[in-house]
Design a protein around this ligand. Structure first.
Ligand code: SAM
Length: 403
């Protein structure tokens, strides 16, 4: 812990810094890293300072990291950990960023200064397939116990955005007060998480913790309240353009829209395009939520706002500020100038209030407890750790990064 009483953290895959924004004033960022210069520019515009290091994580060495971090936060690039990119034998180029991250944590562990808490954030796809067992083993190999929660940002903002947060904690930290006896019925423990747990071998199951994270009692700000009347970087569509979009709608979407128009009920909906039987169609939802914001790379389409009101139907692209609001970002946060950069920054990021909630209900108390304890890390003398370590080092070598 810092002399200021703040908890120090490293921010891996920092992007524009929404993990930092979410962790808030109880934490002090000691070091942040990302490979993309455009994200770095936005990060520094919002968090001026010397902490940000623009580099490939594979080039970072344990000695580059300042001492005394209570937490390493790592929001991996989604495509790395979901479904592909983990299996043994994949080339270094494709298997991405987990291994260099793990190697760093291992080196810090061996030096007796691995942060006592690690959070790995990713898309829910991480939980499918066998890769997740290897990830748990990699955490066990550096003396940690772990569990995961799947939190959908819709409990905090008007966006459906389920993400998995793996929280790993040093074995020496007494976590009894922070975990449940088993998977109670909770939105944070969906079926897929239970089946992932069931697939773990007994020794990894023994390290699993069902983290106690409450469900917020209040409802998020409604979708209609995030809409800008005069957005700065997008224009309202002409009637002809709106008619064109309506013409693309699937029958179910068009019926939803017609019902609202006929009843005269004002409403805000979100429209997205998708390919159906080789044909582009539009779907619109009026359930008060935006679909998950995605990065505009790879052809995934941006979302369109559809407003039904006394003037009929209006439509336009979601503005960057609205996208930021859907991520729970305050209006004072500086966004990139270019539309696509702003949209990319938000589509890639983690929802701010989810991080804040996780921090306040679990990470901060765990970090303070750990800071009070004298022992930092349990070293590899522990035989089970040795077995996990051996297997994980083998996987690391397969990846091509053993050293
Ligand atoms: C899912 S995003 C994380 C976004 C971040 N949480 C935020 O709030 O903006 C993953 C980030 O990993 C970065 N990244 C990808 N490959 C990297 C590498 N080899 N080294 C460091 N960062 C990398 C990307 O530029 C991207 O910003």
């Amino acid at each position: 812990m810092e002399g200021s009483g703040k908890l120090g953290f490293y921010e891996f895959f920092a992007g524009v810094g929404l993990a930092r924004e979410g962790l808030g004033p109880a934490w002090k960022c000691l070091w942040a890293n990302d490979i993309e210069a455009r994200k770095r520019d936005v990060y520094i515009a919002n968090f001026p300072g010397e902490e940000f290091v623009l580099d490939d994580i594979a080039k970072v060495k344990a000695d580059d990291l300042p001492k005394e971090a209570s937490l390493a936060w790592a929001s991996f690039p989604c495509q790395d950990l979901s479904l592909a990119g983990w299996r043994r034998g994949m080339s270094a180029e494709r298997s991405g960023t987990f291994w260099p991250f793990w190697r760093l944590m291992r080196d810090l562990y061996d030096a007796g200064r691995r942060p006592p808490i690690i959070v790995l954030e990713n898309v829910v796809g991480l939980l499918y397939g066998h890769d997740f067992v290897g990830l748990c083993e990699a955490l066990a190999a550096i003396g940690m116990k772990f569990g995961a929660v799947v939190i959908d940002a819709r409990h905090f903002v008007a966006q459906s955005r389920p993400r998995v947060f793996v929280v790993a904690v040093d074995l020496s930290v007494e976590t009894a007060g922070f975990s449940l006896g088993g998977p109670i019925q909770s939105p944070w423990f969906p079926k897929v998480l239970l089946s992932v747990y069931e697939r773990l071998p007994a020794d990894l199951k023994a390290l699993w913790r069902w983290w106690k994270v409450p469900v917020p009692a209040s409802s998020p700000r409604p979708l209609s309240s995030i809409i800008e009347e005069k957005p700065s970087s997008v224009e309202w569509n002409s009637d002809a353009q709106t008619d064109y979009l309506v013409g693309m709608m699937s029958p179910a979407s068009r019926e939803r829209l017609n019902r609202l128009v006929e009843s005269g009920t004002p409403a805000v909906g979100m429209l997205y395009r998708r390919m159906r039987n080789g044909k582009q169609t539009a779907e619109v939802r009026f359930d008060g939520l935006a679909g998950c914001l995605r990065t505009p790379r790879g052809g995934s389409s941006r979302q369109t706002v559809v407003v039904v009101g006394p003037d009929g139907i209006r439509s336009r692209l979601l503005s960057p500020r609205e996208a930021a609001r859907l991520m729970g970002v305050d209006d004072g946060f500086r966004l990139p100038e270019r539309y696509n950069d702003a949209y990319l920054a938000m589509g890639d990021a983690v929802a701010v209030p989810v991080v804040r909630w996780l921090s306040e209900s679990l990470l901060q108390p765990l970090a303070r407890l750990s800071a009070e304890g004298s022992s930092r890390t349990i070293k590899p003398g522990n035989t089970r750790i040795g077995v996990h370590r051996h297997r994980t080092e083998e996987r690391l070598a397969d990846w091509g990064g053993g050293q």
